[in-house]
Design a protein around this ligand. Structure first.
Ligand SMILES: [Zn+2]
Ligand SMILES: [Zn+2]
Length: 471
């Protein structure tokens, strides 16, 4: 019995030092070590090994992004920048955003980190790839060294990496901060001043249906003074018998003050708390990912598609079923092209196939559009109000796959530019300014294959279909 345990331990023993990569992936996926059969110690070793493997994979992700970024910027033609289109750097961010299904901001952060890890922070990149640090530590090192002079940044990075593998991200951040303050005090001060110049009041909705409100980038002494003052007043209330948790009192007090009450009035307002605030039952607040119920969303498919005639000419009663079939068919066609073409010809082949699909659907698309109210195409460039409302009802946001820009902040774009394109539901869709420019950037192509169904083609020959029932 005891020898069996010793053997099992040996199995994972050396892997504390086992570098991440294909071999570790095999060890981790091996059916031999059923987790239920492992000792506690072995389980922790498996967890640590999996984390190293994750770092390795993340290094790979960033290296691939850096390579693509170098290719795209290398191919950019020098000369006067054209403000109607996106720069190579901006456009590659949109490619990454669509491919990884992350927001434009998240993609920009990734591209930036990727560039730094193959450039000035190559040692940090190597540590990530070797599984000595994880992605959040790499981000911490990158963020803290960004505004330092080269020489100081190099020293801070080297010193940070010495201990990073045994420190938490918080410990690492504090250590880097001390190092930076010692090595480049002026740069640290200047960064602080610059951040304070960007101070702002931010607001964002949470998954719970509540809203957060935050004062960001205040001078540290101001923020602490305000916090201490509110805490002291809240403690006073608690002392006077307010049974609620300090956090709750503090928040309500701050709310009253921000509404414009003076402190005594705010205190008076809080003396009688509403009964549901009493800490009788602790309500758990869900902090899951932003839940979107797809079933509910797809139920609200757009009327123009619901009433559309099928390409064959048959009228479809209906719903998303026709749209799903159409999208399916397009997906299959493009996948077929992708699977049967030389890799270097992929972008051009996909662009041509998309063009053909768009042409093949032209007749049915026109019929579907006419069938609705016998008017296909309106005079003039600007859509009439009713048509505009229809377009806005169809898409609540910009129609780039990862964009969340609300429709009221978008242009209603003619997918095929007006003349030869028409002002019609089959040729209009909301685009934010950025993605309007992206659409015009060389290598990108946007088709409205069916009213409200947008087909994006990227420079690499990837495609994304955005439907009207996206949200
Ligand atoms: Zn039309
Ligand atoms: Zn957009």
């Amino acid at each position: 019995m005891s020898s069996e345990i010793v053997d099992r331990q040996r199995e994972w023993q050396d892997r504390t030092w086992f570098p991440p990569g294909p071999q570790l992936a095999i060890c981790l996926s091996g059916g031999k070590e059923r987790l239920a059969d492992l000792t506690d110690d072995e389980l922790l070793q498996v967890a640590a090994a999996a984390r190293r493997q994750t770092s390795w994979a993340q290094a790979r992700e960033l290296a691939a992004i850096a390579e693509l970024q170098q290719r795209r910027t290398g191919a950019e033609v020098d000369g006067d920048p054209d403000y109607r289109v996106l720069s190579a750097h901006e456009a590659v961010t949109e490619e990454v955003s669509a491919a990884l299904s992350v927001t434009g901001n998240a993609a920009a952060t990734l591209v930036h980190l990727a560039e730094r890890l193959v450039g000035p922070l190559a040692a940090t990149g190597a540590a990530l790839e070797a599984g000595r640090i994880d992605l959040s530590k790499a981000r911490a090192i990158s963020a803290a060294t960004e505004t330092l002079p080269d020489e100081a940044a190099e020293k801070v990075e080297a010193a940070a990496l010495e201990k990073a593998s045994t420190q938490t991200t918080g410990q690492l951040r504090r250590r880097i901060k001390r190092l930076a303050e010692r090595l480049a005090p002026e740069a640290v001060e200047e960064r602080k001043r610059e951040a304070v110049r960007q101070r702002r009041l931010e607001i964002w909705d949470t998954p719970s249906g509540t809203t957060d409100l935050a004062l960001c980038d205040l001078a540290a002494e101001d923020a602490h003074a305000i916090f201490n003052k509110i805490t002291a007043a809240a403690q006073g209330l608690k002392h006077d018998g307010d049974p609620r948790p300090l956090n709750l009192i503090r928040t309500d007090l701050a709310t009253q003050l921000l509404y414009g009450a003076d402190l005594p009035a705010a205190l008076r307002a809080l003396l009688t708390p509403p009964p549901d605030d009493l800490p009788t039952a602790h309500r758990t607040v869900g902090h899951g990912c932003e839940g979107r119920t797809d079933a509910a969303e797809s139920a609200s498919s757009s009327p123009s598609i619901a009433d559309a005639a099928e390409p064959g000419g048959r009228s479809v009663a209906g719903d998303g079923v026709f749209v799903s079939e159409l999208v399916d068919r397009i997906e299959r066609r493009l996948a077929h092209v992708r699977d049967h073409v030389q890799p270097e010809r992929l972008p051009i082949a996909i662009r041509r196939a998309a063009q053909r699909i768009h042409q093949e659907l032209a007749g049915a698309r026109d019929d579907a559009c006419r069938g609705r109210d016998e008017r296909h195409g309106r005079p003039g460039y600007r859509p009439p109000a009713a048509l505009r409302l229809e377009i806005e009802a169809r898409h609540a946001t910009c129609v780039f796959p990862t964009c969340n820009q609300p429709v009221h902040r978008c242009d209603i774009d003619h997918t095929i530019p007006w003349r030869p394109g028409t002002t019609c539901r089959c040729n209009l869709a909301p685009l934010c300014r950025r993605h309007h420019r992206l659409k015009q950037t060389p290598g990108w192509k946007l088709h409205q294959v069916w009213p409200g169904i947008l087909l994006w083609i990227t420079p690499s020959g990837a495609w994304y279909i955005v439907r009207s029932d996206r949200r």
